[in-house]
Design a protein around this ligand. Structure first.
Ligand code: SF4
Length: 374
């Protein structure tokens, strides 16, 4: 992976650096995202063919567990119903102790999980040492379990509370056991949208900077996009273009995960006029566009069953998708926003969904090494 310098970050986020045809490229992408009716089925069919060439007929999933260690957050993201503001009575705050994290890790090991995904709010009552202690606690239970932890926004927060640079934070966390990080907090990588839906969150440029810094130190991450709220197709297209550009620089993303907006309990939907998430056709248009546009650099396109529901996630396997994500034992964040597709899926449920789509179920690890073919 390449060593980074700041000018690269500017290039990544300024679409005019994509060359003279960038505007046409974005417009064309937006047209693909808008496809409906017969045109959409043609597009999904072409994407499906490309998926066969790029990723084969295997459909992967991972046995993993979430640990959301604190609900206490100074952020005010309008789509988040998980966090609790500092001024709220402390008796309601859910913050895990290291002992509780240890117990959850022991449960994960007993469930044969290969990954723990750890994320939490931006909690001003935690100090940086606590983040390091989380890693040490998990690794003391199992040195083999892969820790996929801390979004770019949490990394920025750690940098703030410790006074260390993002690069030093990543180096330190890696030394203490961090194996990869989630490319969440991306939402839509267009600052006009971010100012409305998550005004206090890191900017597009900061997100790209943090992700590229992590990648440059050998830490892989996922890439995500939260869609189906107030963004336009053009803004979705800009987001995809930024992800592709980052991947061309670092090749550090393991997969692209579109995350449809889970709306019922959110301010964004209730008071700010957001759409009640994407439609099924929008989902399929996005998956097929992602395969056609990103597939060369991202061979893995994931459908999130917890956002879409298992049935639509299964259908998306015919629109360019080759991965169904994880078992997600103890999922909390989507449930708080009003998600109704449950908190976990068993290996058997994944196998049934995949086989019924006439594909081959494969259990993988975080970095897409195959562990078991069913
Ligand atoms: S999305 Fe994350 S940063 Fe935003 S309010 Fe929720 S927990 Fe805080």
């Amino acid at each position: 992976m390449k060593k980074l310098s700041t000018p690269i970050i500017d290039e990544v986020c300024d679409l005019s650096n994509f060359g003279p045809s960038h505007k046409d490229e974005i417009k064309e992408l937006a047209q693909m995202l808008k496809k409906r009716g017969k045109e959409l089925w043609i597009q999904t069919s072409v994407a499906d063919e490309l998926r066969t060439q790029q990723s084969g007929d295997e459909v992967t999933f991972i046995v993993n567990q979430n640990i959301n260690f604190t609900q206490y957050c100074i952020g005010s993201c309008r789509f988040c119903s998980y966090s609790i503001k500092p001024e709220t009575s402390k008796s309601k705050i859910s913050r895990m102790s290291l002992e509780e994290i240890q117990i959850e890790t022991e449960k994960a090991v007993a469930r044969n999980c290969t990954e723990i995904c750890i994320q939490g709010g931006l909690d001003t009552e935690l100090n940086y040492e606590f983040y390091v202690d989380i890693l040490k606690t998990i690794k003391s239970v199992s040195s083999n379990i892969h820790i996929h932890g801390f979004s770019p926004s949490e990394i920025a927060f750690m940098s703030q509370i410790s006074g260390e640079t993002v690069e030093d934070i990543f180096k330190d966390l890696k030394k203490e056991g961090l194996d990869s990080f989630p490319g969440t907090a991306a939402e839509i990588l267009v600052d006009d949208v971010r100012r409305k839906i998550c005004p206090e969150k890191i900017s597009t440029k900061q997100w790209a900077n943090i992700v590229l810094t992590g990648h440059s130190l050998g830490l892989r991450s996922t890439a995500t996009m939260m869609y189906g709220h107030i963004e336009t197709y053009l803004e979705e297209a800009e987001h995809l273009a930024i992800l592709k550009h980052i991947q061309q620089i670092s090749n550090g993303f393991t997969e692209f995960i579109p995350l449809s907006f889970v709306y019922p309990n959110t301010k964004l939907y209730r008071y700010m006029g957001a759409r009640p998430s994407s439609t099924g056709m929008h989902d399929l248009a996005l998956f097929s566009t992602a395969r056609l546009y990103l597939g060369e650099s991202f061979s893995n396109i994931q459908a999130s069953w917890v956002k879409l529901g298992p049935k639509l996630a299964q259908v998306s396997l015919n629109a360019g998708v080759n991965d169904l994500g994880g078992t997600l034992f103890t999922e909390n964040i989507t449930k708080s926003a009003g998600g109704s597709f449950g908190e976990e899926k068993s290996t058997e449920e994944f196998i049934d969904l995949i086989r019924d789509a006439e594909r081959i179920p494969v259990r993988r690890d975080t970095l897409y090494n195959k562990l078991q073919i069913f």
